[in-house]
Write a new protein. Structure first.
Length: 264
């Protein structure tokens, strides 16, 4: 990508907010997931990353985490497959001995000019990756999450504003909002907090992989800030929701979206 996404803020001041915690981050090989992994490591957490097949990107993220003096384990596979999710969590517990934070971030999107172009197979694929995976991972992680643990789900501004050519993607992101709110109620008595982040237009590898060159050139220009955001500008939301700074928040969604005012 040119320019490359900015996943690490040079002026970020860590404060040990996640010292010795263990975080599982899906889609942590690049973009927002990488930025979150680095920020968590700066705050003292060890990291487990689930990713599909971008091995070079995943290794780069691992090296950045290790540079902060924290451990990082990589697990390659499809989060849309329940068996992979369950096996990965078992290996994480074997490697780290605990799990404190789950970040459900992996997603895919495919631009389609018409709803008629969305096949049943493609629809299922998008839902499996974007929302089914969250059910699979919460089920696998829950036995290991103790009171004070946090689950953070990545939704999107499209869940609130819609998108004319990302019908299936936006629908999954709406489902994630409902899942986040319902799961927060479901787990409140267990002391596990569940929140979400709804990024606006963020400059990640997903963008040039989805849209044509003209769209990419103007990406983010329709926000009040007139630009796309960088992953490093989103990561602090996850740090806040993962730490005890947000101890009285659950079922909520943060909106790093360039100033767009939306409901919810």
């Amino acid at each position: 990508m040119d320019p490359r996404p900015q996943t690490e803020g040079g002026d970020y001041l860590p404060a040990g907010k996640l010292k010795d915690k263990v975080a599982l981050i899906t889609g942590g090989d690049s973009g927002i997931g990488r930025a979150v992994a680095i920020a968590f490591a700066k705050e003292g957490a060890d990291i487990a990353i689930l990713y599909l097949k971008e091995h070079g990107d995943a290794e780069d993220t691992k090296n950045r985490v290790k540079k902060e003096g924290r451990r990082c384990a990589l697990f390659s596979g499809d989060v849309g497959e329940e068996n992979f999710c369950a096996e990965a969590v078992e290996k994480i517990i074997e490697n780290f001995g605990r799990l404190d934070i789950l970040v459900n971030n992996a997603a895919e999107q495919h631009e389609r000019e018409s709803i008629a172009d969305i096949t049943a197979e493609g629809l299922l694929r998008t839902f499996r990756t974007n929302i089914f995976s969250m059910f699979y991972l919460v089920k696998a992680c829950l036995p290991h999450l103790k009171p004070g643990s946090a689950i953070i789900n990545t939704t999107s501004v499209t869940a609130y504003a819609g998108h004319p050519s990302l019908l299936d993607y936006a629908s999954t992101k709406g489902a994630i909002v409902a899942f986040t709110r319902s799961l927060s109620l479901h787990l409140a008595e267990k002391g596990v907090r569940v929140n979400g982040v709804a990024p606006g237009p963020i400059w990640t590898p997903l963008i040039p992989a989805t849209f044509d060159a003209e769209h990419v050139m103007s990406f983010g220009a329709n926000t009040p800030m007139k630009r796309a955001g960088q992953p490093e500008e989103v990561a602090p939301c996850y740090v806040f929701l993962a730490s005890q700074d947000s101890s009285y928040m659950s079922g909520q969604v943060l909106h790093p979206n360039g100033g767009r005012i939306i409901n919810g």
